[in-house]
Design a protein around this ligand. Structure first.
Ligand code: CP
Length: 314
């Protein structure tokens, strides 16, 4: 079995091309499993996975749970609202107590950037980052890359535009690292107030004008405008954002002929993207969700398989 270079998936920054390639290739096998009548393989039988979600999630949480069940793992889903977190128990104590019940892997979403890294210092389980603060959301970017590669056969040389809140989006960060490693040309576009300090250090083309950003692009990945940040006054109004950065049918004329529209969800229809575009023939938004299961199966399998080879489990 080919091996990943790490026993955790905390982000895509610094992850070697070979690891990303291995995950995407392995996901191809699991994508085929999802087309079978019986969508289940015994790969992780006897392994227990904890899904630790400190923030709301629909896609990532269900996708991981399904991926684990389809690999025959035992799964525990943890909700902060019904746990002793409500009584003030810390992240460290929570996870150490659950690990004492013999947990092998932890999938964690947390509002604090770095929470998954912190967990690697507290417990022996494999840690998978399911989104931490404004840091990274690596499995989202992997499923995005898988979906693009499935359509074009490669990521090399494609021009991908990431539109939205570049400053706070963990999905954008993971996409930047992953896409650049795989040889895509990455452009970032958003209001100046939603671009981070020293944005040029990402090594991407940066635009404040959406029409210029879209010129000759192959893929547009539209990010959710985080309405909760409206109070921070980072853009004047939702209507102005839609006028200046919203993806509508008219703007698609600037893209390459065989273009692709993506969105990680949840969508604000009519704000960052029109329904006509989101539901149009070039949209792969629901394919992203389906492919996400296969990618997460691959990540779970490769991380645990790595430890199994090292004899950490029988
Ligand atoms: N794409 C994504 O992370 O969606 P959820 O917040 O629903 O998991």
């Amino acid at each position: 079995m080919s091996r990943l270079s790490s026993r955790h998936l905390l982000g895509l920054e610094g992850v070697p091309r070979e690891d990303i390639q291995l995950i995407l290739d392995t996901a191809e096998t699991f994508r085929e499993v999802l087309e079978r009548t019986i969508k289940k393989v015994p790969t992780l039988r006897g392994i227990t996975v904890l899904n630790l979600f400190y923030e709301p999630s629909t896609r990532t949480r269900i996708s991981f749970e399904l991926a684990e069940k389809r690999l025959s793992a035992d799964t525990i889903s943890f909700s902060t609202s019904t746990s002793s977190v409500k009584k003030g128990e810390s992240l460290r104590d929570t996870v150490q107590n659950i690990e004492a019940m013999k947990i092998d892997m932890v999938v964690v979403r947390h509002s604090s950037s770095g929470a998954p890294y912190f967990l690697t210092k507290c417990v022996d389980a494999n840690i998978i980052n399911a989104g931490d603060g404004s840091h990274e959301h690596p499995t989202q970017a992997l499923l995005d890359m898988y979906t693009i590669r499935k359509k074009y056969g490669t990521l090399e040389g494609l021009r991908v535009v990431l539109v939205g809140d570049v400053k706070h989006s963990r999905v954008i960060r993971s996409n930047i690292w992953g896409l650049k490693t795989m040889g895509a040309s990455v452009a970032l576009c958003g209001p100046a107030t939603l671009l981070p300090y020293e944005v040029e250090k990402f090594g991407c083309d940066v635009y404040n004008n959406i029409d210029e950003a879209l010129d000759g692009a192959d893929v547009v990945n539209v990010m959710r405008i985080q309405l909760e940040r409206q109070q921070a006054g980072l853009f004047p109004s939702q209507r102005e954002y839609t006028n200046l950065f919203g993806i509508n049918k008219e703007r698609l004329k600037r893209l390459n002929k065989n273009y692709t529209i993506m969105h990680p969800g949840p969508m604000n229809r009519g704000l960052e993207i029109t329904s006509e575009v989101a539901d149009g023939e070039h949209s792969v938004i629901l394919d992203q969700v389906t492919n996400g299961q296969a990618v997460r199966m691959a990540v779970l399998y490769l991380l645990r398989g790595r430890d199994m080879e090292e004899g950490e489990v029988a």
